[in-house]
Design a protein. Structure first.
Length: 303
């Protein structure tokens, strides 16, 4: 493929053409570009020779765009405006108006996204970039200002503050509970379809661990539906496909609107939780501090 340098004419004749086409006057274009009328006319002639077509039809006192010129003007005008806009955006300082937030897919989709419009309404001048990933290294990469991730609060080289603790309980749809009224004890769960999350995080609770914390043994051969995405696990539970583990704060809205219910009151609390995490340095993003305070306020208001 030929390089752009060989395919494109010089920029100055394109600017002269765009201005002349807009004004339909070499004289007006020359005034706008602070050039002589002869210089503008010569640039247009050179451009026409390069392209092998006439861009203007000329009379004694006026010029008009030719059929080729009309087509070329539309493309060139749009392209030059895009170049000008990209250049302006690049030159405009944006460090203080941007905030990059990272979170795992569960908290990003189930907790943060529903609340994010409130943050944007409070701080309309801050452009938010959200990175959703279940890979911890992605959430702690150098271009992240602040992250919300699951763990014990210890990440080397980072400060962390607990956003909310971990509390886990069984949930299902009201319809599923109506069709399976025998879920009256923990041991009864071993006879139900358990919706299980497949993931590589050792510290995420699974059904076997949750039940063993309550002195219930889950048989090796057991009917389960395995899904590798927690929001989809919750959707499956809402659709009446089984019983899921519900993380407090992540599924509170589903309990409030009754799309999910707790068949049992038993819950398990752990030493883990979701934390606000940001790099240890002297130049902390002021927008990250604003987001941190905002997030904590939203947890307090929903507790």
């Amino acid at each position: 493929m030929q390089s752009l340098k060989k395919q494109l004419p010089p920029l100055e004749p394109l600017i002269a053409f765009e201005s002349s086409a807009r004004h339909l006057s070499f004289t007006a274009a020359a005034k706008e570009l602070n050039l002589s009328q002869a210089a503008v006319s010569q640039q247009i002639r050179n451009l026409e020779r390069s392209l092998g077509v006439e861009l203007f039809t000329r009379s004694h006192r006026s010029i008009q765009l030719s059929a080729h010129g009309l087509v070329y003007r539309n493309s060139i005008s749009t392209a030059l405006k895009q170049i000008a806009l990209a250049t302006t955006e690049l030159k405009t300082p944006s460090v203080n108006s941007r905030l990059t937030i990272a979170a795992d897919q569960s908290i990003a989709s189930m907790w943060l996204i529903p609340r994010l419009p409130d943050f944007q309404q409070l701080y309309p001048d801050i452009t938010v970039r959200l990175v959703a990933s279940d890979i911890e290294q992605d959430c702690l990469s150098d271009d992240i200002d602040i992250a919300i991730i699951h763990g014990d609060g210890n990440w080397q080289g980072y400060q962390a503050e607990e956003l909310f603790p971990e509390e886990i309980f069984a949930v299902c749809s009201p319809e599923y509970l109506k069709q399976n009224p025998d879920i009256s004890s923990l041991s009864a769960l071993t006879d139900e379809v358990l919706l299980s999350l497949e993931n590589s995080h050792w510290n995420w609770m699974d059904w076997r661990t949750w039940l063993s914390r309550n002195d219930v043994h889950l048989p090796v051969q057991h009917q389960r539906l395995h899904i590798n995405n927690y929001p989809l696990v919750v959707e499956a539970a809402k659709n009446g496909q089984g019983v899921a583990l519900g993380w407090r704060y992540l599924i509170d809205a589903n309990l409030w609107n009754n799309s999910l219910v707790k068949p049992l009151e038993t819950s398990v609390k752990t030493s883990f939780g979701y934390h606000l995490v940001w790099p240890v340095n002297e130049n902390e993003s002021p927008n990250a501090a604003l987001f941190r305070d905002w997030a904590k306020t939203h947890v307090c208001s929903s507790a």
